[in-house]
Structures are given as structure tokens and as C-alpha cells.
Design a protein around this ligand. Sequence first.
Ligand code: ADP
Ligand code: MG
Length: 283
Amino acid sequence: MTAMTPAGTAPDTISIDKAVKIYGSGPGQHVALNGVDVTIERGQFVSIIGPSGCGKSTLLRLIAGLEVADAGDVSVFGVSPEKACAAKMIGLVPQTPALLPWLTVLKNVSLPARINTGADRRRQRIGGHVGKNAPDMRDLLTKAGLGDALDKLPAQLSGGMQQRTAIVRAFGVQPDVLLMDEPFSALDEFTRESIQGQLLDIWDQMNTTVVFVTHSVTEAVRLSDKVLVMSAGPGRITASVDITLDRPRSEAMLKTAEFHHFEDVIRDHLQSAWRNGPLSSAA
Ligand SMILES: Nc1ncnc2c1ncn2[C@@H]1O[C@H](COP(=O)(O)OP(=O)(O)O)[C@@H](O)[C@H]1O
Ligand SMILES: [Mg+2]
């Protein structure tokens, strides 16, 4: 047994230090991540962007404690990912919403808080932030544009509405960190833009740390305090860009020169990562 970190003394960052992740062994082995360093401050919204297969999901899975690094260290607000996970400090929004089909929207989002009561004590002991007041799920659903859908079943919702329900459900347990793996990739562009605004409203209210994987440069710039650019072969972080645009970030801001400037910076980083990666010769 390792000693408990006393509540309140946990470093307020998610830190990944020289992380290496190798899948398989022998000649077929694949180095998915090689020497990845990341620091994320509490409350930040950080996006990870990079080509398919560069290790974005692997990186999220290391933070979530679903994979273990072969070398290097991962710590989530002062504790190991496994411990953070057991204490329900970590929430995960997958690419597909995975709602329970027989429960209404309101019941789907209320369920986790009701079955996770034991985790709160574990979380407090290791220095996780346990919200004093559970959020009002009706209020969060309304913020997400689902005020009229509280009593609907998932099958009665559009794809965008289902994904918004999954997001509200994840925020509802007030995780210290919410990991989102391309949650909007199946949605059309218009739905995406409005759902981004709703996500930002909820994030603003909940003060959750978010690590968000996306393929979209525009999405990364709009949502984030910081964008980490990854390249493949093996996966590593090639740039970290602070997005210093004011908040709130309205849809109107997407058309400004300042916004385009950040998009250009990230596209340039992505292109040079692409040129230097092994995929360029394999394509
Ligand atoms: N469980 C696994 N076993 C073997 N290889 C894997 C496994 N998971 C991912 N990989 C490989 O590791 C690399 C990174 O994968 P992943 O993290 O899913 O990338 P991304 O999310 O950026 O598309 C890819 O080449 C992928 O094929
Ligand atoms: Mg992925």
C-alpha cells in the first residue's frame, strides 16, 4: 500500500513525464508513444490534435488508467491514474454516446451520481475535488439545449442530442478531469458548432479540467486554453499552442482574423509534423 496523499496537498496538475507506450512485443511491436511530456493545470481546457494513429486515444487511456505506461510517469492531481479512477475523479466521454435505451434523458444523466456515492469518500481522501452541491441535472440539460427532451428516450433523439446527453451525464458526476475522445466527430458541422457553445457553457459553470481529442483545427482553437499537436511514428507532442482568445467564444468569433491566426499556427504545426512523420513516405 502506498501512503495516501493528504487532502489538499495534491499538486494541481495532470502531469505526464517521458511516457512510453509500446503495444505488442518482438518484431510486431508498435511504439505508440515515445517520450510524451504534458502538463495540464486544474480547470484548463486542453485539446490534443494530430493525424489518425498518432496515439491520441492511447494518451487519453494512460490518463484514464485504462493503459499503463511502459516507461515514464503519469499522475492525475497527485495520485496515480488507477487511484484517481477508483475514486471516480476521471470521467470519459466516448465517440458514441452509449446511453441506456430504456431510461429517459433525465434518468440517464442522474443515474451515475446515484450509484457512485461510495466513491466520494475515497476521492476526498486522496485530494480530489468533491463538489459540495450536486449540479441540478435539469438545469445542465437545459443549458445543453435539452430542456424539452427530459422525458424522452434516447431512440427519440437526434445524434447530436444523444451526444449532448452523454456530455451532461459525464459532467454531472463532477469529475476532476473529463476526457473526451473525438466526441463530436459523427456530427454535422452546424450541430457541432452549437454543441461546442453548449459544452463551453457547461464547462464554465462546472470548472472541470477537460482533455479533448479532436481532428478539427477550428474546434480545437474555439474550445481550448491550450492545443497540443501530436505527430505519428512514434507518437509525440510536437507543439503546444496557448490560445489566448477571450472567452466566451461565440460563433461570431470563428470569423475573426485573430481566430484565423491561431488556426494557421496549428495547421502549420500539423503540416510539418505530417511531413516529418513516416506516414508521408508510406502514403
Ligand atoms: N490495443 C492495441 N494493440 C496494438 N496496437 C494498438 C492498440 N491500440 C492502438 N494501437 C496502435 O497504436 C497507435 C496509436 O493508436 P491510437 O492511440 O488509437 O491513435 P489515435 O487515437 O491518434 O488515432 C496506432 O498505430 C494503433 O494502431
Ligand atoms: Mg483515437
